[in-house]
Design a protein around this ligand. Structure first.
Ligand code: ADP
Ligand code: F6P
Length: 323
């Protein structure tokens, strides 16, 4: 491996609050350690098409509090082909890039692994609201997204109380229910529907609502993870089977925006700095991860092979607390 002098940074896949804080940390720590830093716009798209510019200390001024990503992001089907990866490698050479920091989810790491197979050094940083990356306990954006959902639940609960209704909220998370289970607990939901658990509408939603009513409840919150979906149909079924008026809200992309929380800013700063520390020490092709509350690097194949499982205790807790 040649000495690393110039490092590119890109954001890829769905954006997440805190990605800007991560870009800032990568650029500033990189410059601090004497690297030349290049910003690659719109994910792998910008790498293929040469949408690349040098970043200075001031390029990342005044972004730590901003949601989204100043480098913008994209899903790039061209990059999934071998030809696309080769084009990306040639373009990186044109700009003198020796290593690339990829901020994104596991799809983006698969892309990064393809780059590494053609000799490009890569480091991944977990950036997605879903917290669905196996190798790490935390992904940048997760806390902010959960707080956004929490704010929405609190507001929806106000009106559900006034009308004695059931509110069914569909939350993001792709195929994972981490956002759903946490906001279910934090928002005091009567039922949480997760993609990780088989679900039976009568047993898991209708029964708790009827039993809750028998114990004196008059309004209800049901959280549905988008990986299960069907919030509108679930609301209809609740009305039909319980007689409780129900309304569905699909929160959508509001969950992806907004100013990052302290947790996301600090995690992004630590993870960004770790990416540069690894490269400075000649460690490449790793994913920055939170393990046992420490920021470490995990080899990219091991990282991609690691599965995450839903904590059964959290599911049980959400049921007990909704009594
Ligand atoms: P995330 O990184 O959030 O999981 P995606 O799955 O959409 O988001 O992936 C982002 C981009 O990474 C894709 O548009 C594509 O360019 C690249 N990518 C995704 N999956 C692969 C794969 N299996 N092989 C190579 N590149 C991939
Ligand atoms: O991965 C982040 C995420 O917001 C998921 O929760 C959701 O399934 C997906 O991205 C939505 O993607 P898009 O912005 O392309 O609609």
């Amino acid at each position: 491996m040649n000495e690393i002098k110039t490092i590119g940074v890109l954001t890829s896949g769905g954006d997440a609050p805190g990605m800007n804080a991560a870009i800032r940390a990568v650029v500033r720590t990189g410059i601090y350690h004497g690297f030349k830093m290049m910003g690659i716009r719109k994910g792998y798209n910008g790498l293929i098409h040469g949408d690349i510019t040098e970043m200075t200390l001031r390029s990342v001024s005044d972004i730590i509090h901003r949601g989204g990503t100043i480098l913008q992001t994209a899903r790039c089907p061209e990059f999934v082909t071998e030809e696309g990866v080769k084009k990306a490698i040639s373009m990186a050479k044109v700009f003198g890039i020796d290593a690339i920091v990829v901020i994104g989810g596991d799809g983006s790491y698969r892309g990064a692994r393809d780059l590494s197979k053609f000799g490009m050094s890569v480091i991944g940083i977990p950036g997605t609201i879903d917290n669905d990356i196996g190798c790490t306990e935390y992904t940048i954006g997760y806390d902010t997204a959960m707080n956004t959902v929490q704010d929405a639940i609190d507001k929806i609960r106000d009106t559900a109380y006034s009308h004695e209704r059931c509110s069914v909220l569909e939350v993001m998370g792709r195929h994972a229910g981490y956002i759903a289970i946490n906001v279910g607990i934090a928002g005091g939901a009567e039922a949480v529907v997760l993609p990780e658990k088989e679900f039976d509408i009568n047993k898991d939603i209708i029964k708790p609502i009827i039993e809750g009513r028998n114990r004196g409840k008059k309004h209800y919150v049901v959280i549905v993870a988008e990986g299960v979906g069907g919030a509108i149909e679930i609301a209809k079924a609740i009305e039909e089977k319980t007689g409780v008026e129900a309304r569905a809200t699909i929160l959508g992309h509001i969950q992806r925006g907004g100013s990052p929380t302290v947790r996301d800013r600090v995690m992004a700063s630590m993870m960004g700095a770790k990416a540069i520390e690894l490269l400075k020490n000649g460690v490449v092709n790793q994913i920055v991860s939170l393990r046992d509350n420490k920021v470490v690097g995990i080899e990219i194949n091991e990282a991609l092979d690691t599965k995450k499982t839903m904590d059964e205790d959290m599911i049980n807790l959400s049921k007990i607390l909704s009594l």
